[in-house]
Write a protein that binds this ligand. Structure first.
Ligand code: KG4
Ligand code: ZN
Length: 350
């Protein structure tokens, strides 16, 4: 693929409808995005049927808008990529079918992108970064430490044994009546809070594996709220609870990431970078904590800009470019997959 090659990316796996045009020389030409937040907010979470319908309504417009902003026709593209999983199946089908249609009509290569691979490779769009690196992927559905050894070559070093981290943020926010999505609201309140006022557990900290657990921490917050009664609604108390929760999360992420990095570097000393990705990576407090921890280990931390941490189509187009360069394209029969672990992308051993 030429450096000037342009790929159209489509993202519809959850509650963001997005299209993006990215050039292989890492230039983003257009990236319109429609957030369905207002549609789902009354229900306190994402409603799959509402999401699928909103994707149907908005996607064509967003693709047209991207092409218009970049001043391009479909004939100018080198390929079209769409998230094929994991995610909500209705939305995935809308996005993948749209990409298949564009590919078929304009005779373009089709790339079915794994959403997690999109998050995993974004760091290579924003920085000169060679493999291998350690990825901490923290989103609404995932909390994983992954050795990224090449395009399609991912090895899970640790994962959550219960809740995903974004889910834990969202549940804590819900308990405090902060609305959905909870992550940004918890982060904002925590800024004015005292993280030491409420002692909260650090699940799995110091243990041998690189796994995570957030269910106990979430329950501890609930018990605190119940014990506080009406006082739990006071502004300062809420801020202190959020700060305490976030500090506990920060300690756990640092402990687990440092452990995984030491393990990985024992095998692959060339690995010197920790990459942060997924929606929770938008949290500035957690970024700062991980940055300090990485520096203390003599490592670099790469965290993509906020808009590339939460769900977006730029990362899908970029993963499409990385795959297209290696000739890894898909045919029209490729399915949408609600469940699609990163490790299943590994190429078969020769
Ligand atoms: O990656 P993402 O946009 O969607 C998934 O693939 O899951 O992540 C969404 C998650 C939500 O749980 C949201 O509350 C969380 O990321 N999130 C945050 C912040 N911004 C978004 N969590 C903590 N702090 C934030 N600033
Ligand atoms: Zn995501």
């Amino acid at each position: 693929m030429r450096d000037g090659g342009i790929v159209l990316g489509i993202e519809t796996s959850c509650d963001e409808t997005a299209a993006a045009l990215v050039r292989a020389d890492r230039h983003v030409l257009a990236a319109p995005l429609f957030s369905q937040l207002a549609e789902h907010a009354p229900y306190g979470g994402v409603v799959p049927e509402i999401a699928a319908r909103a994707h149907v309504e908005k996607l064509d417009l967003l693709v047209a808008q991207a092409m218009h902003e970049a001043g391009l026709g479909f004939g100018d593209l080198a390929g079209v990529a769409a998230t094929a999983g994991p995610g909500l199946i209705g939305g995935l089908m809308v996005g993948l079918l749209t990409a298949k249609t564009v590919a078929l009509v304009h005779d373009l290569p089709l790339i079915a992108v794994n959403h997690l691979e999109g998050h995993a490779l974004t760091a290579r769009l924003v920085a000169d970064l060679e493999f291998p690196y350690l990825l901490l992927l923290v989103s609404g559905g995932h909390c994983q430490l992954v050795a990224v050894e090449g395009v399609g070559r991912y090895r899970q070093l640790g994962t959550t044994i219960d809740d995903a981290l974004g889910e834990a943020f969202d549940k804590v926010a819900k308990m405090l009546g902060l609305g959905y999505p909870g992550g940004p609201a918890v982060e904002a309140l925590a800024r004015a809070g005292d993280p030491r006022r409420f002692a909260l557990p650090r699940p799995l900290q110091g243990t041998k594996s690189c796994d995570f657990s957030f269910s106990g921490l979430k329950t501890a917050v609930r018990h605190r709220i119940l014990a506080l009664g009406a006082r739990a609604g006071e502004e300062q108390v809420m801020a202190d609870l959020c700060a305490g929760f976030q500090a506990a999360v920060g300690d756990v992420l640092v402990d687990r990431s440092v452990r995984a990095m030491r393990l990985l570097r024992a095998e692959q000393p060339a690995c010197r970078t920790l990459v942060l990705a997924g929606g929770v990576a938008a949290n500035l407090y957690l970024r700062a904590r991980l940055e300090q921890a990485a520096a203390a280990e003599g490592l670099a931390l790469i965290a993509p800009p906020l808009a590339l941490c939460t769900d977006n189509a730029v990362m899908v187009a970029w993963a499409g470019i990385e795959r297209l360069r290696l000739g890894r394209v898909d045919d029209q029969s490729v399915p949408a997959r609600a469940r699609w672990p990163l490790e299943e992308l590994a190429p078969p051993l020769a």
